[in-house]
Design a protein around this ligand. Structure first.
Ligand SMILES: NC(=O)c1ccc[n+]([C@@H]2O[C@H](COP(=O)([O-])OP(=O)(O)OC[C@H]3O[C@@H](n4cnc5c(N)ncnc54)[C@H](OP(=O)(O)O)[C@@H]3O)[C@@H](O)[C@H]2O)c1
Length: 324
């Protein structure tokens, strides 16, 4: 008997129900994966709420998981039964004990990386990789502002940027999160719930501003982030934890010749070679000591609703996983 988190309508965490499901045999290009650890990401909240469209009901959310291949279709050559694999991909469906998935989206987990750690690396790790090396190429000495620095994305972005030689400024909402962000590479931490972070960044940089802002918070921080940027700075808006940014004044960019990007992981991993290159970048960063995977919250898969409640209440730090 296989179970999954299933929802029949959009809504709050309570719509996430534990139900029995049927997992089919794989089609020729698919593999069936028995999950061992499932990554929880803010995008799951957007799907659950219907902020990002859901194709049909009933549906299972989730985009990231590690597991073991238990069957493959006839045309599959990149993975075999028994392989340890991980993925972060569309379509949604990771909050399940097992699922079928296009085999070309699977990445082999290197020896030495546990499944639970791997389940934090494909969405948050690969996103950190492309944000720091492709959307904006961080250089040694750059001043980088990372919002929600103690969050899942935040802890990975801060430590990796620091190891690239950047001066990292992080924003957080509590003293405990400030300590955690410092321990993960932040040179300076600003509590953006009690301080004006724009003024804080300008003070730290002697009025120059930062080179790049990595902003996954969205509505609450967008305008202040533009103010914190140096002339020719780069605003990288990659998420909406506080709500979506719905309008942009071009004049606000023109004021300092700013660049604005709104990137999404899945456009950087469209093809198998792109996916494998980004996954390799993450595994290399771990090997080189630039990135240390870390699981900070573990919930049973059937308690996914509780994980969502905590994530939305800003009660989690770093990466969260669900165990089937
Ligand atoms: N574009 C992409 O490719 C991509 C990929 C991965 C993730 N993302 C985005 O990155 C962001 C972070 O994702 P994550 O999974 O790592 O989540 P997370 O950072 O672990 O959790 C969100 C954090 O945002 C902060 N926050 C500020 N205002 C908030 C509000 N009103 N409600 C909830 N949280 C608020 C909180 O930190 P404080 O308490 O310190 O403020 C909270 O811990 C999300 O926007 C996500 O969509 C984008």
């Amino acid at each position: 008997m296989t179970h999954a988190i299933v929802q029949h309508k959009v809504g709050g965490p309570e719509v996430l129900q534990w139900e029995e499901i049927h997992v089919p045999d794989p089609e020729p290009t698919q593999a069936r994966v028995r999950h061992t650890a499932i990554g929880v990401n803010f995008i799951d909240v957007y799907h659950r709420m219907g902020k990002y469209p859901i194709p049909e009901f009933p549906i299972t959310i989730g985009m990231e998981a590690a597991g073991v291949v238990e069957a493959v279709g006839n045309d599959v050559t990149n993975v075999a039964v028994g392989d340890r694999v991980v993925y972060a991909t569309r379509p949604i469906g990771a909050y399940s004990e097992a699922r079928v998935i296009d085999a070309s989206r699977l990445v082999a987990i290197p020896d030495g990386i546990a499944d639970q750690a791997a389940a934090t690396l494909m969405l948050k790790g690969m996103t950190s990789a492309y944000l720091l090396t492709r959307t904006h190429v961080v250089k040694s000495g750059d001043v980088v502002l990372v919002h929600a620095a103690a969050g899942g994305m935040g802890l990975y972005l801060c430590q990796w940027a620091k190891n690239m030689g950047a001066i990292v400024i992080g924003t957080v909402s509590t003293p405990e999160k400030a300590a955690l962000a410092r321990a993960h590479g932040c040179d300076h931490v600003i509590d953006y719930t009690s301080e004006d972070f724009t003024a804080g960044v300008l003070e730290i940089t002697d009025g120059r501003g930062c080179s790049v802002v990595y902003d996954g918070v969205g509505q609450a921080t967008f305008a202040g982030s533009l103010g914190a940027l140096a002339t020719l700075g780069h605003m990288v808006s990659f998420g909406n934890a506080s709500g979506s940014v719905t309008s942009i004044e071009m004049a606000d960019l023109a004021a300092k010749s700013l660049t604005l990007s709104r990137p999404t992981l899945f456009h950087y991993t469209d093809t198998a070679p792109e996916l494998n290159a980004l996954a390799t970048a993450v595994f290399s960063a771990i090997k080189d000591g630039d990135l240390t995977p870390e699981v900070r919250q573990v919930y049973a898969l059937k308690d996914a609703a509780l994980a969502h409640t905590d994530l939305q209440a800003r009660a989690t730090t770093g990466a969260t996983i669900l165990l089937p």
